[in-house]
Design a protein around this ligand. Structure first.
Ligand SMILES: *Cc1c(COP(=O)(O)O)cnc(C)c1O
Length: 392
């Protein structure tokens, strides 16, 4: 079946159990799917836009209420929607980073944080990770001091991943923001892997900014995301235009410079809004998600030669596993080589692994039922046994 011409219908999440780390938290709710159909046309959110002509003032549908709900949800003062977490990073970097400014990221930072700083001509410095792949307040403090010695000034911004994309490890954000604030460094907490799947209290963890990704973790269409700020920082990052043009003497009301006036104009915003009631509820069931993840992680651990590279016990459903000593040994002699694993999983209806990968790989159990998690766990053990690996 085709959507049109060469475009296939996509049914991956209907026909398989998907374990792709980046996809599982962004799958739409039924409500968002309806919104996608109703608000698919271009500037559909603009039907009822009236003075002062800004997204967060629209009442039909209630975008104004949604923005306040989003801020409350994250325990922050002000929230705006952005086209992806990366555009949230960019808005903050554009506000605080001048050419030549040192900016702190971490050894586990996402490339989009790097690009946001690079675009401003900032000097990137990384807080190193421990051998256990976590970040610590001590490492942050030492790095800040090192940057001051090197450049003569404190970093103008710190990007801190709440849960990182490499290991899915949960970092001591609250302790690190406390250190940064001793140097008056604003902290952007990157919640791309947390906002919308687990509870995030921006005030408690001391965030100046909390950024989330709609399409990664909030059951929303891409590109969507949220940038939330304290009221103090909101005045800076959400500053309004003050320009008057020279020939026509035009001014532009209360358009926000970093938001380019308006951001999400239809399907992305309304999809996010339609999923939000369920998203707000689902974060309370995180323990259940972790229990499901344990079933799969423990099955992998029971395969001789397999190592879990993420912190253990797991505090997130994204896990990095090293099967160099197990599945990769099988790959050396298997007629399908490294492809045997993804193809054995696919044959059992499990999708979302990288074809050919048998050494170090990642999976995410988010959104599975208990039965599905049990099935994935059993399938991995079965594939191991079928290929002569010992399962203890
Ligand atoms: C996926 C991801 C991003 C990018 O999110 P977008 O919403 O696609 O811009 C940023 N940071 C981390 C840690 C991520 O995992």
């Amino acid at each position: 079946m085709k959507c049109a011409g060469p475009i296939e219908v996509r049914d991956l999440d209907e026909s398989c159990i998907n374990i792709d780390p980046i996809q599982v938290g962004g799958r739409l709710t039924p409500e968002a799917m309806k919104a996608v159909i109703a608000y698919g046309d271009g500037y559909s959110i603009c039907d009822h836009c009236r003075k002062p002509f800004r997204l967060d003032f629209i009442k039909t549908p209630p975008v104004d209420v949604f923005f306040r709900d989003l801020a409350d949800f994250l325990h922050m003062d002000v929230a705006r929607v952005v086209p992806g977490a990366r555009r949230g990073f960019q808005a903050v970097a554009d506000t605080y980073v001048q050419k030549g400014d040192p900016v702190l990221i971490t050894a586990l930072s996402h490339y989009t944080e790097v690009l946001a700083v690079e675009g401003r001509g900032g000097i990137l410095r990384e807080i190193p990770k421990t051998p256990e792949n976590t970040l610590t307040a001590d490492a942050a403090s030492e790095k800040i001091e090192a940057v001051i010695r090197e450049t003569g000034k404190a970093p103008s911004l710190l990007f801190l991943d709440h849960v990182d994309y490499q290991y899915g490890n949960l970092h001591p954000v609250k302790e690190i923001t406390k250190v940064a604030h001793q140097y008056d460094i604003p902290v952007l907490v990157n919640g791309a892997y947390t906002v919308g799947i687990m509870e995030v209290d921006g005030r408690d963890i001391g965030a100046d900014f909390v950024v989330g990704s709609g399409h990664k973790s909030m059951a929303a269409p891409a590109p969507s995301g949220v940038l939330a700020a304290t009221s103090e920082r909101a005045a800076e990052v959400f500053r309004t235009t003050s320009v008057k043009t020279d020939v026509t003497s035009r001014t532009f009301g209360i358009k926000e410079v970093e938001m380019m006036g308006c951001t999400l104009m239809g399907v992305t915003l309304v999809g996010m809004m339609a999923s939000f009631p369920r998203v707000r509820e689902r974060v309370k069931r995180w323990d259940q998600e972790l229990a499901h993840s344990s079933l799969v992680v423990d099955a992998l651990k029971s395969i001789e030669g397999t190592r879990i590279r993420s912190e253990y016990p797991r505090k997130h459903t994204l896990t990095r596993v090293d099967t160099t000593g197990s599945f990769d040994e099988v790959a050396k002699t298997h007629k399908k080589r490294g492809y045997f694993l993804s193809s054995a999983l696919k044959a059992r209806g499990i999708a979302g692994t990288i074809p050919g990968a048998t050494k170090v790989w990642k999976f995410n159990t988010y959104g599975m039922t208990r039965a599905q998690a049990g099935y994935v766990a059993d399938s991995l053990a079965e594939i191991a046994v079928e290929n002569g690996l010992r399962v203890g």
